[in-house]
Design a protein around this ligand. Structure first.
Ligand SMILES: NC(=O)c1ccc[n+]([C@@H]2O[C@H](COP(=O)([O-])OP(=O)(O)OC[C@H]3O[C@@H](n4cnc5c(N)ncnc54)[C@H](OP(=O)(O)O)[C@@H]3O)[C@@H](O)[C@H]2O)c1
Length: 336
């Protein structure tokens, strides 16, 4: 049985110009819906807020309609033969307290039961964030033990997961960039990085050359613009760059940061730059879990997350993540 009678759901009421603001969202209250034939009612426990939501605000998400986003929750009533009351599920009806789901539809799947693995892992290092990191490192970079790697936005969800995965795969030197001295300190003290720098402290190329004076074999770029340019300049011959995101340009519609000015170095150094889209690699989920679950159980790895409590904090969490207020994956806890 559901524990509350009112469902709360975020909607977008207008589109942003530049950096989004909280007044573009409204939190709608309705009675908790009843599941119809083939449906289950889920009480959401954790919601994911992601950089791609910023892009959805420009046109992907419809106005005045419940928003899409990753979530995990517990089935509280079910007319779906594939889901039973009490099951923990992953689905994409986030940004709300309650959702009607159907197994196999819109990403809905029962979560595997991994004793000793916290629920936060399923929206962070075992979720789309960790899968992005895993496929960037293993499939795009074909990363090998003994190689040196740079990751930008290193203290975020994908960045921290890249650091963990590259270390497990035998990385020699892992270098990260982040937006504050506190994050830089955490990267080297707690998160397995050998060196890190604050990208506000000077030209990225110079900062990266200082942190990786002998060059790099591989990079995962989450930022674009000058970070991608810096990665190209630090690459050794035959280096590989997995281009995962461009968070520096998501609010700059029509006026993105300059493209790397050193693109011809890709030819001079026989580099490979390849884009990564996690939705093309769903088949790697089993591999990701096989690699990480034993380390999550043993405590060698813990999910790195920043958690805000309460559905009403969802927009704060989303905007805070875009501003860099998170370390690891930004999550909203809506239940226990
Ligand atoms: N291709 C795919 O399939 C896929 C899947 C998932 C994510 N992504 C991309 O991966 C990147 C990271 O995503 P995430 O979910 O892990 O988010 P995240 O890194 O946890 O959070 C975003 C981070 O971006 C940094 N940031 C914000 N504005 C910046 C700027 N102008 N320059 C440099 N850094 C900036 C902030 O950290 P600082 O404090 O360090 O600035 C912030 O914490 C994003 O670009 C996202 O779009 C792509």
């Amino acid at each position: 049985m559901t524990t509350t009678r009112t469902a709360r759901t975020f909607q977008l009421t207008a589109r942003p110009t530049g950096f989004p603001t909280s007044d573009l969202f409204s939190l709608i209250e309705t009675p908790v819906p009843a599941p119809g034939p083939g449906e289950a009612l889920v009480e959401n426990l954790q919601l994911s807020v992601d950089p791609y939501h910023r892009e959805e605000m420009d046109g992907g998400w419809e106005l005045d309609t419940p928003l899409e986003g990753r979530a995990v929750g517990r089935v509280v009533a079910s007319h779906d033969p594939g889901l039973a009351e009490g099951d923990l599920v992953f689905h994409r009806h986030g940004w709300r307290t309650h959702a009607l789901v159907t197994a196999g539809v819109f990403g809905t799947r029962r979560l595997p039961s991994y004793e000793g693995v916290p629920l936060t892992a399923h929206l962070s290092i075992l979720g789309g964030t960790g899968l992005t990191a895993y496929v960037a490192v293993t499939r795009t970079l074909e990363f090998r033990a003994g190689q040196d790697l740079f990751v930008s936005a290193a203290a975020g969800g994908v960045g921290t997961a890249v650091g963990r995965i590259a270390r497990l795969l035998g990385a020699r030197r892992i270098v990260g960039s982040a937006g504050s001295a506190a994050k830089v300190a955490r990267l080297t003290a707690d998160l397995g990085f050998d060196a890190a720098f604050d990208y506000h402290d000077g030209p990225i190329g110079e900062l990266l050359a200082g942190a990786a004076p002998d060059g790099l074999d591989a990079a995962v770029d989450n930022v674009g613009g000058d970070h991608l340019e810096g990665a190209i300049s630090a690459m050794r011959e035959y280096g590989r760059i997995a281009w995962v995101g461009a968070i520096a340009q998501y609010h700059c519609a029509g006026n993105p940061p300059a493209a790397p000015r050193n693109l011809y170095d890709v030819v001079e150094k026989s580099l490979r730059i390849e884009g990564v889209l996690v939705r093309n690699h769903r088949d790697a989920q089993g591999e990701l879990e096989a690699l990480l679950v034993p380390h999550l159980r043993s405590g060698r790895i813990t999910p790195e997350v920043t958690v805000l409590d309460g559905i009403e904090r969802t927009v704060d969490g989303f905007l805070g993540m875009l501003r860099g207020e998170n370390t690891g994956k930004m999550l909203i806890r809506t239940g226990a």
